[in-house]
Design a protein around this ligand. Structure first.
Ligand code: ATP
Ligand code: MG
Length: 431
C-alpha cells in the first residue's frame, strides 16, 4: 500500500470542511481590512526564493523542493508566499510607490523539514502584504488583523513578540558588534553558527540548538543599536499597541527564519502548541521589492500557519462545526429500467435544491437501506417495475416509517413535501 509522503497531513471528512471554514474566518478578517486576493502558483523559478529568502537560511540551504523540468529550467515548490506575491505584484505593476497596495494569498507551502509535531512538509498558510508607502501604523494594522483573528477564535495562551531589526543604516553597526561577540564565543557554538558568524551572523540569533542558547542570550541586543529613525519606528509600534490594549513582549532576538526583514518583526506564539509554538509571523521588508527589480519601496506582511491555527481553535472549542452531511433522499433503483429514471430524478431533485444520493450497486434492498441510513437520508425511494408502470413514487420517511405515495409527474408534490420537512430534525449520519 502506498502511503502519503512523510510530513503530509491528510484531511479526511469532516476535517476538510472544518479546515476550510476556519480558512474562511481568516479570509473574512483580511477582506474586512482591505486585502484583495491573489492566486499564486505552486511552483516558481528557484532563483526567486534563493534571491529573496537568503542563501544562508534553513529554507534555502536545505528545505526547498527543487526540480528541473524537461526544458532544463530550475524550479522550486514554493516554501513561502511573500516572495511569490511580490514577484506577481511586480510583474503585473500592482505596486505604486506613492500608494498602498494590500494583497493576500492562501495555499499550501512546501519545505523539506524534519517531520515532527507541528512541522509538516506541506503546510497551509494564509498571508497578507501591504506594499508601497507604508508607515509604522501599517505594521500595527497587520498586528491588529492577526489579533482580531486570535480574539474571534478565543485562541488560548497567545503571546505577541515583537522586535525591530533596524534598517540599512543601523543594522551594519549591530552586525559588526554581533560578529565581534560571536567570534569571541566560537567554541561554544554549533558548527552551523560557527559558519554563520562569518556568512550571516544575524541567523545565529535564530538558532534552536540548546547548546547555543546561553551564548545567544548574552549577545548584544539590536534594540540598543537602533538609529533614530528605527528607534522611532519601534517606539511608534509599541505605543500603538499599548493604545489598542494589545499586550506584547519585546524580544530583541526575534530575527525570523528569512533574511529580508527590516524594522518591525513579530511572532504570535501560543504555549498551547508544544515546541512548534509560532502560529503567525511576519514583519517589514525595506529592500526586498527593489531587490526583485520592483519599485524601491518597502512592504510588510505576515503569514498564519493554518494547521497550527486549527489546533488552537480546536483546543478553544471554536473550530467551525462540520456542515450537515445528511441527505434529503436516497434512491434505490431495482432493475435496468429503473436506473435511468433514478438518474434523472436525482438530477431534478438536486436542481430543486435538495440533496439526493443514488444507491446503484445494492443487490439486496436491506443493503440499500443500510447505505441510506449511513448517508443520513431522511427519505428512501425504491423504484421498481411496479412504480414505473403506475407512474407513482412511494417514498418512505425513515424517521416516522410512514410510506407516502407521490405522482411521478409532476414531481412538485414530492419536492414540496421534502422541503416542508427538511428543516425539521434530520436523521444524523452514522460516521
Ligand atoms: P521556524 O523558525 O519555526 O522554522 P519559520 O521562520 O520557518 O519558522 P515562517 O516561514 O515565518 O516560519 O512561517 C510562518 C508560519 O507558518 C509559522 O509561524 C508557522 O505557523 C507556519 N509554518 C512554517 N513552517 C511550517 C511547517 N513546516 N509546518 C507547519 N507550519 C509551518
Ligand atoms: Mg523554518
Amino acid at each position: 500500500m502506498i502511503h502519503a509522503p512523510r510530513g503530509i497531513k491528510d484531511r479526511i471528512p469532516p476535517e476538510e470542511d472544518r479546515f476550510l471554514a476556519l480558512l474562511s474566518v481568516a479570509e473574512e478578517h483580511l477582506q474586512k481590512a482591505g486585502f484583495k486576493k491573489v492566486g499564486l502558483p505552486i511552483f516558481e523559478l528557484s532563483a526567486l526564493f534563493t534571491r529573496s529568502i537568503g542563501l544562508e537560511t534553513d529554507i534555502v540551504e536545505k528545505e526547498m523542493y527543487l526540480f528541473e523540468d524537461k526544458g532544463g529550467e530550475r524550479f522550486a515548490l514554493r516554501p513561502e508566499g511573500t516572495a511569490s506575491l511580490l514577484r506577481l505584484a511586480i510583474q503585473h505593476h500592482l505596486i505604486e510607490p506613492a500608494r498602498i497596495t494590500r494583497l493576500s494569498y492562501q495555499g499550501p507551502m512546501f519545505r523539506h523539514e524534519r517531520p515532527q509535531a507541528g512541522r509538516l512538509r506541506q503546510f497551509h498558510q494564509i498571508g497578507a502584504e501591504i506594499l508601497g508607502a507604508i508607515t509604522p501604523q501599517d505594521n500595527i494594522d497587520l498586528l491588529v488583523v492577526i489579533d482580531s483573528i486570535s480574539q474571534k477564535l478565543n485562541l488560548p495562551g497567545t503571546t505577541l513578540f515583537i522586535n525591530n531589526m533596524g534598517c540599512a543604516r543601523c543594522r551594519p553597526v549591530f552586525r559588526e558588534a554581533l560578529v565581534e561577540y560571536l567570534e569571541a564565543h566560537q567554541s561554544g557554538l554549533c558548527v552551523t553558527c560557527q559558519k554563520r558568524t562569518a556568512t550571516n551572523p544575524l541567523r545565529v540569533l535564530d538558532c534552536k540548538v540548546p547548546d547555543c542558547q546561553p551564548i545567544i542570550e548574552k549577545a548584544p541586543s539590536i534594540i540598543d543599536f537602533l538609529c533614530e529613525t528605527s528607534r522611532i519606528h519601534h517606539e511608534t509600534v509599541c505605543s500603538g499597541l499599548r493604545n489598542l490594549s494589545i499586550p506584547f513582549t519585546v524580544n530583541p532576538r526575534l530575527v525570523r527564519g528569512l533574511d529580508y526583514y527590516t524594522e518591525t518583526t513579530f511572532e504570535f506564539v501560543s504555549d498551547a502548541l508544544g515546541s512548534q509554538s509560532t502560529w503567525a509571523a511576519g514583519g517589514q521588508y525595506d529592500g526586498l521589492i527593489g531587490q526583485l527589480e520592483g519599485p524601491d519601496v518597502p512592504g510588510a506582511g505576515f503569514a498564519i500557519g493554518m494547521e497550527r491555527l486549527s489546533l488552537l481553535a480546536e483546543k478553544a472549542g471554536t473550530l467551525p462545526l462540520p456542515p450537515d452531511y445528511s441527505q434529503d433522499i436516497s434512491i434505490i433503483p431495482l432493475g435496468d429500467l429503473a436506473v435511468p429514471l433514478a438518474q434523472s430524478l436525482l438530477r431534478d431533485l438536486r436542481s430543486a435544491g435538495l440533496s439526493a444520493t443514488g444507491i446503484f450497486g445494492a443487490t439486496k434492498i436491506k443493503q440499500g437501506f443500510k447505505q441510506a441510513e449511513r448517508d443520513g437520508s431522511r427519505f428512501l425511494l425504491i423504484i421498481g417495475e411496479d412504480e414505473i408502470a403506475k407512474k407513482e413514487l412511494v417514498v418512505k420517511d425513515l424517521l416516522t416509517s410512514e410510506q407516502i405515495p407521490f405522482p411521478l409527474f409532476p414531481l412538485t408534490s414530492l419536492i414540496d413535501h421534502i422541503r416542508s420537512v427538511r428543516d425539521l430534525k434530520k436523521v444524523s449520519p452514522i460516521s
